[in-house]
Design a protein around this ligand. Sequence first.
Ligand code: SAM
Ligand code: SF4
Length: 367
Amino acid sequence: MSDTIQSILDKEDFSHANLVTLLKAQGADKTKIFTHAAAIKKEFVGNKVYFRGLVELSNICSKNCFYCGIRAGNMKPERYMVSEEEVLDAARFALENGYGSMVLQSGERFDEKFVHIVSELLLKIKDLSDGKLGITLSMGEQKESTYREWFASGAHRYLIRIETSDRDLYYRIHPRDKKHNFDTRMDALRLLREIGYNVGSGVMIGLPFQTMEHLATDLLFFRKLDIDMVGMGPYIEHEDTPLYEYKDQLWPRKERFDVSLKMVALLRIMMKDINIAATTAMQAIDKQGREKALKVGANIIMPNLTPVKYHEDYLLYEDKPCLDEDASECRNCLEARIHMAGDEIGFGEWGDSKHFANRNLTHDTSK
Ligand code: SAM
Ligand code: SF4
């Protein structure tokens, strides 16, 4: 006979089989998982939610991930790069509104000009905020020297989603070529850690061909990697991408959302002091998706500070929410949502991963 949900939750550690059982839980069992995760969140990271003002810096991308609406092969989006002035305006907005941090995200580009633009932006954001704004980068895979240059210029967190930790599945959702290499992506996570970044990763949930077993492996992968931050959310189809041909084989969107919530809750139980984002893709499926994620363990929100005129050209997936909302509308809406979820906002704080601090403390004392 298999373990009951409660007896699994009482364990120190979950096996792969335990995680599959938990991911499949429904009804009262699912509520038990959510309640447990909420209590752990309260005890280990508290009820403060930290803002990371997001600038979608550029949709110019050299890669062709099969799921993404801004892949190089999609000719529909008008390609853009947010100007320096616009990024600095966003930084001023973040500062004036008490956001502790910013995230700069972009398609993958490796040319020197781009590397230099990002370095300059980092230095200028640090300068205008007198070092007060923390900066996360999400610029995909880069050369080691680039990671180092950006770290030296002021970025201290870096997000690279592994997308799926299963090598075979990875190659079903990416072209099999030099640019899309599972090992390079894994290496990036290791390198970033070595350099000193707070390292974040994540996966998409409900991909074609993905099973609960894959997702259980993803959770164990985050723990094995001792990751500091995780952003994960439902995969949502986009009609101008190759994966769209599998749209009829996907789990219904509601189910993708539901499993995403369970992933957040289980990860909070497994990795008590990391930062977990309530992602925008959650809200694309459920209007209250981000609040629901906060309630079951997430503690980070990324309000969009990208100027509205670029929103239509950064459509990673269908039904991306808040397309016509500017930074102030976004802020007001989010504040209300966070209070509804019973949390408060950590205004003006970086809100770095406690896990990162705790790991480094452990290393220091063992010297
Ligand atoms: N280019 C960088 C990279 O890939 O790491 C950063 C930007 S990329 C747009 C950020 C994330 O968007 C990806 O890691 C992927 O997980 C997510 N994404 C792309 N297409 C998606 C889709 N159709 N549904 C859900 N998430 C998607
Ligand atoms: Fe480019 Fe990132 Fe989209 Fe892949 S997921 S196509 S690397 S923007």
